[in-house]
Design a protein around this ligand. Structure first.
Ligand SMILES: Cc1cc2nc3c(=O)[nH]c(=O)nc-3n(C[C@H](O)[C@H](O)[C@H](O)COP(=O)(O)OP(=O)(O)OC[C@H]3O[C@@H](n4cnc5c(N)ncnc54)[C@H](O)[C@@H]3O)c2cc1C
Length: 502
């Protein structure tokens, strides 16, 4: 799972990042998580003179941000007709405005800090190759026109295949997120902030006017805490686990050996395909994304990378696949992020999550809302993403899915007898078996060496499923992931699985 962006990870080497917190500290603002949301908050707040301390479980940009596609756009698939109909035209217009503003904000940061992160303006397109999808694209176009935006409908794009129609947003952008975060991290430290890697926040408590964040052996006292852990690492209060799931997507980076097109593209409907170009070693390579599925739902190579690679070969027969990676993002049931106060009884704790695979702009929107809350500014767009909203669920299919997946993994699947036994598990594969009435997760490596874990998620106790693509144990309820030895890789869980000697 190596991403193009993380091949630039050595840019962090010359920055004074601390390895692990080994003392108790006092700070103004403790930010938990060093992806694009946590680091952008840290950047803005340290510039304003706050003492910022960032805790990162792994290393900066190691998780979703280091594995994204990094299109910076307000075109979040086909979304504005949904917003205008489910909420109001004003709501849709405001959503569009803040995301357009985020593109400008990111460009301003890049200019102010003189950041070399391969930022370039590109037009963004939602396209279809199917006659039956022409009308939904036209509907989105008409809604946008009603909102006062000026998109374009085109039938010719830079893609190497014909499209029926495409909706174009002009002056959107793309960049390299790891290069961007390296510069921002340096600025935070230059402004007196501290970043501790390999430091996991395990609990958060209020103590009179202060908040105490607990790590393995230490604590940090602060006036404010920002939970930037992607999926919130605490369950109560907040109850985010009842309103979000995670969805995985796969990306390949391809040297096409041919000149490449301009523009960033995504298909209108499933199966999703996403295209953009990116710089690697002073060359343009092609990124193709797709293979989406709910994290924790077993998927095969053929349904993921196996779909992307033939697409590349079809249009660029001499191409070479240089990178293959995947990651996942949080999706809320009403498709809107949760941004702002974490919970009504925790007014000094803030959150930004549920960016639904559009977190490049939405993390900037979220950072501005959270910063405004801390400095007491009224942010008129906060209402779009209120984390305490109790709106009716807009999307009943998502709601039903969430209930079914959670009840299956928490209860029914645990009662089912596994349909594999030990001898049936092939080398380099894994499965759940039953031993003396207990479920055991077995992985046999390429040489037949056995790794046995308790396949119960340490977040909320759901039964895990085997992911044969990455050789990991994944949670269908909320998307936590563990390697075959039981080490926690991805949130919301942060504890490892119990291991068995086998
Ligand atoms: C395949 C894919 C493609 C995408 N493409 C795009 C795109 O083109 N454009 C776009 O706008 N968006 C895109 N997105 C979405 C975007 O990448 C994400 O929304 C964004 O990166 C999320 O950033 P984050 O900071 O919230 O999370 P992360 O980057 O995951 O950062 C959270 C950090 O918190 C740390 N952490 C977790 N728990 C703890 C803890 N207990 N203690 C300490 N640290 C902790 C993690 O290690 C991690 O580093 C895509 C998403 C996917 C899945």
């Amino acid at each position: 799972m190596s991403s193009l962006w993380l091949s630039y990870k050595n840019l962090f080497d010359n920055i004074n990042i601390k390895n692990k917190l080994d003392d108790n500290l006092e700070t103004d603002i403790c930010i938990i998580g060093a992806g694009i949301f946590g680091i952008t908050c840290g950047y803005y707040l340290s510039k304003l003179g706050f003492k910022v301390t960032i805790l990162e479980k792994d290393f900066i940009s190691s998780k979703t941000t280091g594995h994204t596609t990094a299109k910076i756009t307000s075109q979040h698939g086909l979304f504005y007709d949904y917003l205008a109909n489910s909420y109001s035209s004003t709501f849709a217009k405001d959503y569009l405005y803040v995301n357009e503003l985020a593109i400008k904000n990111i460009k301003n940061i890049i200019d102010d800090e003189n950041i070399n992160c391969d930022f370039e303006y590109q037009n963004s397109f939602v396209y279809t190759t199917k006659n039956e999808e022409i009308d939904i694209i036209k509907k989105e176009y008409n809604t946008l026109i009603d909102l006062g935006y000026k998109p374009e409908l085109v039938t010719k794009t830079g893609l190497p295949f014909p499209v029926k129609i495409a909706l174009c947003f002009k002056n959107q952008a793309q960049f390299n997120p790891v290069k961007y975060l390296a510069f921002l991290s340096k600025s935070i430290i230059d402004n007196g902030g501290e970043i501790y890697e390999n430091t996991t926040a395990k609990d958060l408590k209020s103590d009179f006017d202060n908040l105490i964040t607990f790590t393995d052996n230490n604590y940090i006292k602060s006036k404010y805490v920002i939970i930037a852990t992607h999926y919130p690492f605490i369950n109560f209060p907040g109850f985010y686990f009842t309103k979000m799931y995670q969805s995985s997507s796969y990306i390949i980076g391809v040297d096409t050996k041919k000149a490449l097109f301009n523009g960033m593209y995504i298909s209108a409907k499933d199966p999703i395909y996403s295209f953009r170009t990116a710089k690697f070693n002073n060359k343009d390579i092609l990124l193709i994304g797709g293979g989406d599925h709910r994290t924790g739902k077993p998927s095969s190579y053929n349904d993921t990378y196996g779909k992307l690679e033939p697409t590349a070969k079809k249009y660029y027969p001499d191409c070479e696949v240089l990178f293959r990676w995947n990651t996942r993002d949080c999706i809320s049931l009403d498709k809107l992020p949760y941004i702002g106060t974490f919970a009504p009884n925790m007014p000094n704790v803030f959150v930004g999550t549920g960016f639904k695979k559009w977190g490049m702009t939405l993390s900037n929107v979220a950072s501005n809302i959270v910063v405004d809350k801390i400095i007491g500014n009224n942010n008129k767009y906060e209402y779009l993403f209120k984390s305490s909203r109790l709106k009716p669920i807009k999307n009943y299919d998502e709601f039903k899915n969430m209930i079914v997946e959670s009840s299956n993994s928490l209860l029914f699947n645990k009662l089912k007898r596994p349909n594999m036994n030990f001898s049936e598990i092939k080398n380099d594969s894994g499965s759940i078996i039953e031993v003396n009435g207990e479920k055991v997760g077995i992985y046999k490596d390429k040489n037949g060496k056995i790794f046995a874990v308790k396949p119960i998620c340490t977040h909320l106790g759901c039964l895990l499923s085997w992911n044969d693509i990455d050789k990991t144990w994944d949670c269908p309820c909320h998307g936590s992931r563990f390697n075959f030895e039981g080490k926690n890789l991805y949130d919301p869980a942060f504890k490892d699985l119990s291991r068995y000697n086998f």
